[in-house]
Ligand binder design. Structure first.
Ligand code: LLP
Length: 428
């Protein structure tokens, strides 16, 4: 599957569907995240179609990958619910018109307030990360006169074979309860008034390209389901998490059809409703970060192309040494070897090291590709930089879906009131 089906060069200029990125830069400025509705829809349908062999299932987009209202709205139209990890994501999802029952609430550090909020709105499932969290949720539910629908997240101790910082299914990570402890914890939680424990959840990591670790984890979960049933527990739901990877260099993504076939095969006798929480697979290729070249400055080994997007806009390269293709919006066929760097005052603020890229010069527009997932959602205001704008393109139309927001408007600040007189005095 080639990257970015929504993006192609037409008449010498890179377009998002029918809209020139030069036009978007002119109207909205840079840096700006640009999403293709067609690319999002295509990936959402590919994933759903791949799971056709699974009879009873629900799809929940991992909101952390891209919480934009427009993205969530589109995925709701495509039949997706949401996997959330905070009260803020819950608000975003409900604002996008998704039904509360289509929400799975994951996350290793939910607060009692967030648990109560989840029960109030009536989320579909709360994925418990520990015995103690279940005990607290049960008490809240009893107080509210509810039964909290819950799954127990299990850590299967399987290495996903991905980057250490996005591995979640080995026993040394903070996620879930150890699979060996799961039966006893499950029995104890299932007996708590206030909890309606319906099954188990697993998620072993992200950017997983080979199906083997997923299959290994699911097989362990299958054994656990059988063991729990043998202990008299009724298991109706299993959440298989997300994690399918994409290729960031224009090659083949994780084979989603093979994944669907594997899931159908491994879970054939489980007799449960399966939940899926894809994030990256749905959104990564559907977005580019549109940026302008500020300076091209000579360097010892090769030039530095300084762009107006930084690690605060796109953290993945700095955090995980992630590769993202860099391309000129109006490529002229020539290339150059360069370091592509941002304006932030950190050596880790770089997007490419000594890489052959399209030749660009001062003032030219360029894109960083495949940033529809974990791009804007991980942005910060470091260096008091604005948060980048976001634009949705569909066919020949585009719309600003998130305005550029100055750092001062995101974090309104004040002096301690006892300093204010002095400060005003100084200013006068
Ligand atoms: N479900 C749970 C419980 C998760 O923790 C995650 C991701 C997902 C689903 C979605 O996984 P996906 O299908 O997107 O792989 N910021 C990192 C990725 C962190 C993923 C965290 N959990 C990155 O930019 O690579």
């Amino acid at each position: 599957m080639s990257a970015d089906p929504g993006f192609a060069v037409r008449g010498g200029v890179l377009h998002a569907e029918g809209v020139s990125l030069a036009t978007i830069a002119q109207v909205v400025g840079t840096p700006t995240y640009v999403y293709s509705a067609a690319a999002l829809r295509a990936a959402a349908r590919r994933f759903r179609d791949a799971l056709a062999p699974v009879p009873r299932k629900a799809l929940a987009f991992a909101v952390k990958a891209n919480p934009s209202l427009a993205v969530l709205n589109l995925l709701r139209e495509e039949g997706y619910g949401a996997d959330i990890v905070s009260g803020g994501e819950m608000t975003a999802v409900l604002n996008a018109g998704m039904a509360a029952r289509d929400i799975a609430f994951s996350g290793v550090g939910k607060t009692p307030e967030e648990l109560a909020q989840a029960l109030r709105v009536g989320v579909g499932h709360i994925n418990l990360e520990s015995e103690r969290e279940g005990e607290v949720l049960a008490a809240i539910a009893v107080r509210m006169g509810r039964a909290a629908p819950a799954l127990l997240r299990v850590n299967p101790d399987v290495d996903a074979g991905t980057h250490a910082k996005i591995t979640t299914g080995t026993s040394d990570t903070k996620f879930g309860v150890a699979i060996g402890d799961a039966p006893a914890i499950y029995d104890w939680l299932a007996a708590r008034p206030g909890l309606s424990l319906q099954g188990v959840a697993v998620h072993i990591g992200s950017q997983i390209m080979a199906p083997d670790p997923l299959e290994a984890a699911y097989r362990r979960i299958g054994e656990l389901v059988a063991a729990l049933r043998a202990r008299g527990q009724g298991i109706s739901h299993v959440d298989l998490g997300g994690g399918l990877g994409v290729d960031y260099r224009g090659g083949a993504d994780a084979d989603v059809a093979a994944y669907g076939a594997m899931v159908a095969r491994v879970t054939r006798d489980w007799d449960v409703t399966l939940l899926f929480e894809p994030g990256r697979y749905i959104a990564a290729h559907a977005g580019v970060l549109l940026t302008r070249v500020l300076w091209v400055k000579p360097g010892e080994e090769c030039s530095f192309v300084v762009i107006d997007a930084g690690m605060n806009d796109l953290a993945r390269p700095a955090l995980y040494d992630a590769w993202h293709d860099f391309a000129a919006v109006a490529p002229n066929g020539a290339t150059m070897r360069a370091h592509v760097v941002g304006p932030v005052c950190e050596s880790s603020d770089g997007f490419a090291r000594a890489r052959m890229i399209d030749r660009v010069g001062e003032g030219d527009l360029a894109v960083i590709r495949d940033v529809g997932a974990y791009g804007a959602s991980m942005a910060s205001c470091y260096n008091s930089r604005a948060l980048a704008a976001e634009v949705m393109v569909e066919g020949g139309r585009f719309a600003l879906i998130t305005p550029r927001i100055a750092a001062a408007d995101i974090r309104p600040q004040t002096l301690p009131e006892w300093w204010q007189g002095a400060a005003l005095g100084r200013a006068a």
